[in-house]
Design a protein around this ligand. Structure first.
Ligand code: PHE
Length: 382
């Protein structure tokens, strides 16, 4: 039977002993939480505010928010012209359920199916998963909102059949870029009030030209979204060869952290009432930190094996200690030229958002991590 939103929370969908499965239990436990569909959760509030803006535009956007987070490599990569050797496909960056299916790394994985089913204008929100570094703004699960608009065929008639450079230098392609930028600038003003914005060129295999938008927040430029004119081959593969349009994808955590002044991305996943009681449907309010408990720092150093994958090591720490791992940073590195070996030293910041940690419990966790590194990476911890 087809999966439904309720069944997504079943960890057994993601855990199996297929040789390419690299989903750990602590990630499987995050799937299906549906933060983007909770009206009084900051992620759901931002998502609703974005939808509110699109509802004021002249075209009707269909909203999708309950697709299966397991997608095929075809949906996530091939349909989007992402080449076989692209780093985003690597198991060091992506959670595979088996050889052909994975936890979606972006909501763009659903673009093609909706286009193929005949949708012209739509929004698509969901949880996405990426193996990555660990700090206050990176978490292996986060949320994206995708937007797509195809233009009426008659408005694009002049570009009929154009490909490559001929298409990207056409007036029609320029019309789409201008509409895309205006639409997204309007969205930012709706979210932030008048705010300083900066466009730069970007690259995505599925859009050309491609752009990124940054906004100024507390004196710093922050990237908030990627977008572009949908590549004609993507439309062709989705059985919409006669149509043209744009697409964008934005990170909901990034926007929510700015709007609600939420200092740490782990907070979105907490069950603590002191967090949840602060948020109400339809309201953007400043988060009042309930208390910040002291951090505990521990260093770990080892000679790295030849096939060392940093994300594997980061994930080991979250596997052992869970969300109290706040940050992992490389603080020292040197190569012994005689031995031809490199030693790396990482500093781990442990901190709970809910309670004080004892030195004994952190020592015990750090010991388990050292043991795991020795066994799983086959190295000697120094
Ligand atoms: N999927 C891209 C990302 O995750 C964002 C994007 C979406 C870019 C749609 C262009 C068009 O970074």
């Amino acid at each position: 039977p087809p999966a439904s939103a309720e069944t997504y929370a079943d960890p057994s969908r993601y855990l199996n002993d297929h040789p390419s499965n690299n989903v750990p239990p602590h990630i499987a436990a995050l799937v299906g939480r549906g933060l983007h569909t909770r009206p009084d959760h900051p992620i759901g509030i931002v998502r609703a505010k974005i939808q509110e803006y699109f509802a004021t535009l002249p075209h009707e956007y269909v909203v999708y928010d309950a697709e299966d987070p397991i997608v095929t490599t075809t949906q996530c990569f091939d349909d989007l012209r992402i080449p076989p050797d692209h780093p985003g496909r690597s198991p060091s960056d992506t959670y595979y359920v088996n050889d052909e299916t994975l936890l979606r790394t972006h909501t763009s994985a659903h673009q093609s199916e909706h286009l193929r089913s005949g949708a012209d204008c739509f929004l698509c929100a969901g949880d996405v998963y990426r193996r990555d570094e660990i700090d206050s703004s990176h978490y292996p699960a986060f949320h994206q909102l995708e937007g797509v608009r195809l233009f009426p065929e008659e408005e694009m008639a002049g570009a009929d059949g154009l490909k490559g450079e001929e298409w990207t230098s056409s007036d029609e392609c320029a019309t789409i870029s201008v509409d895309l930028k205006n639409t997204l600038e309007g969205l930012m003003d709706h979210l932030f009030g008048e705010t300083e914005k900066k466009w730069s060129e970007d690259y995505f295999p599925f859009t050309t030209p491609s752009f990124e938008l940054e906004i100024k927040y507390e004196g710093e430029w922050l990237e908030v979204l990627g977008c572009g004119v949908i590549h004609e081959e993507v439309l062709q593969m989705a059985d919409r060869p006669d149509r043209r349009g744009w697409a964008f994808g934005l990170g909901l955590e990034r926007l929510a952290m700015i709007l609600f002044e939420i200092p740490d991305i782990r907070l979105f996943w907490t069950d603590d009432e002191r967090f949840h009681s602060q948020f109400k449907e339809g309201q953007i309010t400043k988060f009042k930190p309930y208390s910040k408990f002291p951090p505990v720092y521990k260093d770990i150093a080892f000679w790295i094996p030849e096939d060392f994958v940093e994300n594997d090591f980061f994930e080991m720490a979250r596997g052992v200690a869970g969300d109290i791992v706040e940050r992992m940073e490389l603080i020292d590195e040197f190569t012994n030229p005689k031995k031809g070996k490199t030693s790396k030293c990482y500093r781990i910041t442990y901190r709970s958002m809910d309670r004080s940690l004892t030195n004994e419990e952190i020592d015990a966790l750090q010991d388990s991590l050292r043991e795991k590194v020795e066994v799983d990476l086959g190295v000697e911890v120094r």
